[in-house]
Design a protein. Structure first.
Ligand SMILES: NC(=O)c1ccc[n+]([C@@H]2O[C@H](COP(=O)([O-])OP(=O)(O)OC[C@H]3O[C@@H](n4cnc5c(N)ncnc54)[C@H](OP(=O)(O)O)[C@@H]3O)[C@@H](O)[C@H]2O)c1
Length: 288
């Protein structure tokens, strides 16, 4: 790997035995990143992929791994998460498309030895960018000359628009930007209403994902942009989440709690994070 990776400071990586559940594009990328960070992949669960050690989850997995990283398929996400939670296997869940079942899963895992971090976007850069966007909105909010807008670019093959990440970004901005509370993501054949925040999308080429937040006034333009280069950022964040969980944490966490832990360590508070059930950008996204 040639690019530097974002590294959390609260983690003290030891060599982990990792299980990969789902060995498609993300699973293979996680494999590479995990090895580069000194971990061993001791199980690969996938129904068809070459290199898989088993086609499905079995109880024996608990003795083979210190944690699993799941980038598989929405259809089996709920069963997989319940399996991890009940068996106490620390799990990082990157698989998307199951968030409407989050409350039911939380209820089913009450009292179980679950140790799970889930996120619809494991890029630490994106999570930090989202926080930065909210802080920027808070800074600009008192100055009525500024109008806010959002734009995102993705490759021609992306099936949905706007991206889930863009929706999370909009929600973070709007939490600090009361004068444009209505999100408009469609084409406008009219003037934009003052209370609308317009989020537009462009599809083309091979762009892995670019998100831009703009504050514009009659005098100037301020642009904040996150530009992903590859899927490697998702894999790196997922492996760091596994390292974080392997410290012995129990609960159902999002990437935000991991970041809070990093900041607490940096501030010297050392407060151990508890699973939060406040709406994070992740939990808010599932409601959309
Ligand atoms: N959170 C993030 O940061 C992030 C980033 C990128 C992608 N994702 C999500 O991660 C998931 C996987 O993405 P991908 O691009 O890697 O997809 P992919 O290339 O299609 O890979 C998924 C793999 O999982 C296998 N699989 C299906 N059901 C399984 C099960 N029950 N147990 C084990 N393996 C199973 C699939 O096998 P078959 O093909 O034989 O079904 C396939 O090999 C998607 O939900 C995607 O939205 C999340």
């Amino acid at each position: 790997m040639t690019e530097p990776q974002t590294t959390t400071q609260a983690t003290a990586p030891r060599s982990l035995r990792l299980g990969l559940v789902g060995y498609g594009r993300m699973g293979r990328m996680v494999h590479t990143v995990a090895q580069e960070r000194g971990h061993r992949v001791t199980a690969v669960i996938d129904p068809h992929a070459p290199g898989a050690t088993a086609p499905a989850l079995t109880p024996e997995l608990a003795g083979q791994v210190d944690a699993v990283i799941d980038f598989s398929a929405p259809a089996t996400a709920r069963d997989n998460i319940l399996f991890y939670g009940r068996s106490g296997i620390p799990a990082v869940v990157g698989t998307t498309g199951w968030y409407d079942q989050l409350s039911a899963i939380q209820a089913e895992l009450a009292g179980q030895p679950a140790a799970i971090v889930w996120s619809g976007n494991f890029s630490i850069g994106v999570r930090l960018f989202t926080r930065l966007a909210a802080q920027a909105a808070a800074l600009f909010a008192p100055f009525a000359d500024y109008d806010a807008l959002l734009h995102e670019f993705h490759h021609a093959g992306k099936a949905d628009s706007p991206s889930g990440t863009a929706l999370q970004l909009a929600q973070a901005v709007q939490s600090e930007w009361p004068r444009q509370p209505q999100l408009e993501t469609g084409r406008l054949d009219r003037q934009r209403r003052p209370q609308e925040l317009h989020l537009s999308s462009t599809r083309g080429g091979h762009i892995p994902g670019t998100h831009t937040l703009i504050f514009d006034s009659p005098a100037d333009t301020v642009e904040l942009t996150h530009r992903a280069r590859t899927r490697e950022g998702f894999a790196a964040g997922a492996v760091q989440a596994a390292e974080w969980l392997a410290g012995g944490r129990r609960g159902l966490f999002t990437l935000d709690e991991l970041l809070d832990d990093v900041f607490a360590a940096q501030m010297g508070t050392g407060a151990s994070p508890q699973p939060k059930h406040k709406p994070s950008p992740d939990t808010a996204a599932r409601k959309r």
